[in-house]
Design a protein around this ligand. Structure first.
Ligand code: AMP
Length: 192
């Protein structure tokens, strides 16, 4: 089993890269943002709970998010491993993930953070908003709020894993293929 967290701010390319890496390494890609958007498009009670937070650019409460992630993991028992994209985003989520892994006699093997400057992120997200159909990409104020949430609540999650020597940093600037190559090399080194 190999469980990887792809870490980084909104717009750093986690989603794009996670799809590629999942295919390359035979891992199941879990994006909590995608799971929420799926619930919203099906107008489920969970989607209704999440929608208000997401449209404002703030995090959905931990208990809602952790419950949804646990469900998804339980439905993926045969996986060779997970690549988590957009989770954990708070220290309590990281602790809950540790507990879930522990119950399965497994662990998070590595955290790879994509490094991208703030102004580049805002530009990328606004550009994505022109085509993504995501309301939270279309408004600069909401984008900046998401970056603030990241700094205040999510960045400490990196330190949580750095304390147990599981963190790696990869430059997230440049051509998409080059970034995939850097990530692939990093994962191969971790697995060696
Ligand atoms: P993303 O697709 O990862 O950019 O997430 C879009 C939005 O979904 C975020 O701005 C949050 O409102 C919500 N969300 C996604 N993942 C999480 C999470 N792990 N914890 C709390 N909120 C989340």
């Amino acid at each position: 089993m190999f469980h990887l967290i792809l870490f980084g701010p909104p717009g750093s390319g986690k989603g794009t890269q996670a799809v590629r890496l999942a295919e390359k390494f035979g891992l199941i890609h879990i994006s909590t943002g995608d799971l929420f958007r799926h619930e919203i498009s099906n107008n489920t009670p969970l989607g209704q709970k999440a929608q208000d937070y997401m449209s404002k650019g703030v995090l959905v409460p931990d208990e809602v998010t952790v419950g949804m992630l646990k469900n998804k993991m339980d439905r993926s028992q045969d996986a060779k491993g997970f690549i988590l994209d957009g989770f954990p985003r708070t220290i309590p989520q990281a602790q809950a993930l540790d507990d879930l892994m522990c119950e399965r006699d497994e662990e998070v093997n590595a955290v790879i953070s994509l490094n991208v400057e703030d102004e580049e992120l805002v530009g990328r997200l606004l550009k994505r908003g022109e085509t993504s159909g995501r309301p939270d990409d279309a408004n600069e104020e909401v984008i900046r709020r998401r970056l603030e949430e990241y700094k205040a609540k999510t960045q400490p999650v990196f330190d949580f894993y750095a304390a147990v020597n599981k963190t790696h940093v990869v430059e997230g600037i440049g051509a998409i293929d080059d970034i995939t190559a850097r990530l692939t090399e990093t994962i191969e080194q971790i697995q060696a």
